[in-house]
Design a protein around this ligand. Structure first.
Ligand code: ARG
Length: 592
């Protein structure tokens, strides 16, 4: 046997196969392999317990039988892994120091890690719906999290072998266009002439338009009429709308480039405008949707949480009483399109926590509808998050109480990072300090966002996120830069094969080597829960294990074999850290 990249997965597969040929087991058996408490071993299979209970068998006897069959199968080399029965019927797996060392030799590059990780998603067709902002509005701090969390999850899914489509489902068909077009026409504004700050102007025009409607309520009818004209394909309004969408796209593309956001397709709400009638028809035909006060709605009476004051739960409104489509109808049409057009097996939506009800209703409706029609139901999940808070623990705003523009935040990140870098390393040439600040500033902001559990609120603090201590991007980036400097000093290429190493000996070496192997488990955890903070925590712990090793064991020693093996550990730490940072959307640096 050779070492497995992902031991828990390999052990699971082998146990399944061995059990299928062992008396007393059947297809109902799930090995249940997971990382173990280090006191007992590296991995533990606890599936025998539940299986024995269900089948009224003795778990320890069954466990012993499985161990013997597994050993007899020759798939567990006793030099590499030790099996033992424990407690009421657990099976423990302990990897030998030889396994851990062989693993370091067998997997060394990002490509090696990726080829091992790709079985986690195994070619699954996944659509990720992000960052999906609304058009005609400037990006503000509320757009940070979808961009940051969305790109990290996208990169992770891609790395783990998903067949991914990143779909930017922009909100380009809302009622705000009525007001905007009313104001634009009234003032005779030429949208082709707005220059660099076109989106700022549009933002202002909308605000002024709404204010005008408050002053002169009769203008609301004018706006409504402009919207109806647009929805019916009126040439003039369509041309204005197209310009607005284009202006938004240009502005967002500029932000995407700075944020490292990549999307594959941009099919906004407007794309589905001719696809919603089929939704109304099908949902009515199967008896799921019904008219209510002129609107078309779907009731999910079994879900009590949609009820207020013990009344009947409120329904999912899929067509407005004036006949217009809405957020729900376009989302239903979008699910169908993704399944029919892309054969989506999984769809992941990213928005803030306020849209939880919408997505629960959307998922329920889709389930019932697809079941009735016999359509293949994709797995759907809503990745949501909490609020970014200021130091006063209230939503982070400017001093005057306005929302902070995303571009201003990015500019400030760069300039603060430049100051920090200049203070730490005043001798570096100015342009290099600028380049470092670019990666550190934006990276630190991203990392602060990703490293806290996304469902919780977090406090935004420049000092904390730019600190070189603690679970921060600068701390991790600096660790990579320090390892690079070791390799520069010894004149060795960290990516080249290092020959002549002796096997691991010291406790700190073993500790670091085990932690390096934990990369796979961290990826799996992150992907399963779609929570990037698991990967952040892992990278932070890896860096700490590296520091412990580096402080305990000198790398530059005379014994060439010892030096070689320690350099191998440095090289692996560098690769895992770099790979992890890249997956989070953070650019590692040669030096800092
Ligand atoms: N445009 C929406 C917003 O800004 C988010 C869209 C999320 N995606 C979706 N398919 N509903 O709130």
């Amino acid at each position: 046997m050779s070492v497995w990249f992902n031991p828990s997965h390999a052990i699971d597969q082998i146990l399944r196969q061995v059990a299928s040929e062992t008396e007393g087991f059947n297809a109902d058996f799930e090995p249940g392999v997971r990382p173990a408490d280090p006191k007992f071993g590296d991995y533990q299979a606890n599936g025998v317990l539940g299986f024995a209970k269900r089948n009224k068998a003795n778990p320890r006897e069954l466990g012993q039988k499985l161990i013997e069959a597994a050993q007899a199968s020759g798939q567990f080399d006793p030099e590499l892994v030790e099996l033992s029965l424990a407690g009421p019927g657990f099976i423990n797996f302990k990897l030998s120091p030889k396994f851990i060392w062989d693993w370091q030799l067998a997997f060394s590059t990002k490509a090696d890690y990726q080829s091992g990780a790709k079985e986690l998603k195994n070619g699954r067709k996944v659509i990720i719906d992000y960052p999906s902002a609304n058009t005609a509005k400037q990006a503000h701090i509320g757009h940070l999290r979808p961009m940051v969390i969305g790109q990290a999850i996208s990169r992770l899914l891609d790395f783990c072998g998903a067949d991914l489509v990143r779909d930017n489902h922009i909100g380009d068909w809302g009622t705000n266009f009525g007001t905007l077009i009313m104001k634009i026409k009234r003032d005779g504004i030429d949208l082709s002439n707005l220059g660099d700050n076109a989106l700022v102007t549009l933002d202002q025009l909308y605000k002024d338009g709404s204010a005008l409607e408050t002053e002169q309520p009769e203008l609301r009818d004018v706006s409504r009429n402009e919207l109806v004209l647009l929805q019916n394909g009126d040439a003039e309004n369509t041309a204005i709308w197209e310009q607005i969408v284009e202006i938004s796209k240009v502005a967002f593309d500029k932000l995407f480039a700075q944020m490292g956001v990549e999307v594959d397709i941009t099919l906004g709400e407007s794309f589905y405008r001719d696809k919603v009638n089929r939704i109304y028809d099908e949902l009515t035909e199967i008896g799921l949707a019904e008219e209510s006060d002129g609107a078309l709605v779907v009731w999910h009476d079994e879900v009590k949480k949609f009820a207020r004051n013990n009344e009947r739960p409120y329904p999912f409104n899929i067509r407005k009483s004036d006949g217009a489509s809405n957020y729900a109808s376009t989302d239903l049409a979008t699910v169908l399109y993704r399944v029919e057009e892309f054969k989506a097996e999984e769809i992941i939506y990213l928005t803030d926590a306020r849209q939880q009800d919408h997505f629960q209703q959307l998922f329920l409706t889709t389930e019932k509808w697809f079941k009735a029609k016999g359509y293949p139901l994709p797995e759907m999940s809503h990745v949501f998050w909490g609020t970014i808070l200021g130091s006063d623990k209230k939503p982070f705003k400017t001093k005057s109480g306005e929302s902070i523009k995303l571009q201003e935040l990015l500019d400030e990140a760069r300039s603060r990072a430049y100051d920090v870098v200049s203070e730490k390393n005043p001798d570096l040439p100015e342009d290099e300090r600028r380049a470092i600040a670019e990666s550190v500033g934006v990276g630190a902001m991203k990392y602060a966002d990703l490293s806290s559990n996304r469902t919780q609120d977090y406090v935004f603090s420049w000092d904390r996120l730019l600190s070189f201590e603690g679970n921060t991007a600068p701390y991790l980036l600096y660790a990579v830069a320090r390892i690079n400097s070791i390799f520069r000093k010894v004149g060795v290429d960290p990516e080249a094969t290092i020959e002549g190493a002796s096997p691991l000996e010291t406790e700190a070496e073993m500790g670091l080597a085990r932690k390096l192997m934990g990369f796979v488990t961290a990826l799996e955890l992150t992907i399963n829960d779609l929570r990037p903070h698991f990967l952040c925590t892992y990278l932070y712990e890896l860096t700490s294990a590296y520091s412990t090793f580096y402080n305990a064991d000198k790398v530059m020693v005379d014994d060439a074999a010892v030096k070689a093996r320690r350099l191998i550990l440095c090289a692996r730490t560098r690769t895992v850290l770099k790979t992890g940072l890249e997956l989070l959307g953070i650019q590692p640096l040669e030096r800092m």
